[in-house]
Design a protein around this ligand. Sequence first.
Ligand SMILES: Nc1nc2c(ncn2[C@@H]2O[C@H](COP(=O)(O)OP(=O)(O)OP(=O)(O)O)[C@@H](O)[C@H]2O)c(=O)[nH]1
Ligand SMILES: [Mg+2]
Length: 290
Amino acid sequence: MSVNWFPGHMAKALREMKTILGQVDLIIETCDARIPRSSRNPELKRLAPQKPLILVLNKADLSDPAVTKAWLEYYKEKHVHAIACDSIRRTGLNQLNQLALSLTREKIDQAAARGRRFRPIRLLVAGIPNTGKSTLINAFSKRKAAKTADKPGLTRQLSWTRTGGQFELLDSPGVLWPKIESDVDQWHLATTGAIRDDLLATEEIAFSLWKQLLEQYPDATLARYQIDTIDEDPIISFEQAARNRGCLKAGGTVDLNRFSSVLIDEFRGGQIGRISLESPVLQIKSEKNR
Ligand SMILES: Nc1nc2c(ncn2[C@@H]2O[C@H](COP(=O)(O)OP(=O)(O)OP(=O)(O)O)[C@@H](O)[C@H]2O)c(=O)[nH]1
Ligand SMILES: [Mg+2]
């Protein structure tokens, strides 16, 4: 099946980011703390390998705190500057502010020594769709300058926001890459809402999420969907959960499509619990096998 998740506006945004990079002091890359592996765009790394970069594991209020901590340790070992944030409640933003200052100080001091007037530090906020770039900019600037929404592909243009303080922030449209190779990556991106809901079959996304929940978070999942025991075949408990939720068609047959939407919504809203779908342990294993 050929799925087009790299529409024209993303290619255009990448081109525009390339041309404006000369004006940017530092890149803040947002990814989703629940899926730090599949929510990083390899094209962004290629865009400016020499620029200082801070990786924000955003939506950390929804991810498993122990797994997020393990990701931060993983990135520290890899010498990647990473910070966990909740852009809605502004957690992690002071740390982000301090790190952005310390990574750009030398450049700003050099400019001052050459007699240049003070100018704000320019940050490009980039990442895949729906990872909270615009929300982070609003939180950082304490303004509601950027529009945000619970769906991917809202921001369509590059636009600068002054913070009133030391920074100028460049919001950018969420960009994916032309070919997402792995099925698991596709499912994870769809589950967290990074690719449009109509691009993949809802039931397929939900069932892959269900299997992962049973494996990694069985207690929280069984409790939420009132299931006593797990059958070896996960489709049995999936159907049971749908029934328990009252997702039935006329005549009493189970409505898996409706339950699939319920499950995905509840996952996205954090109602099943704080859940991470990707862990650095598996990441290290796959790196070793390369
Ligand atoms: N729980 C939680 N939700 C967040 C956080 N940051 C953003 N959101 C929500 O995620 C959704 C997407 O946020 P946006 O800021 O529009 O995301 P974006 O990356 O700018 O999206 P595009 O412009 O489409 O690329 C909105 O519903 C936000 O309220 C966070 O840290 N925690
Ligand atoms: Mg946006």
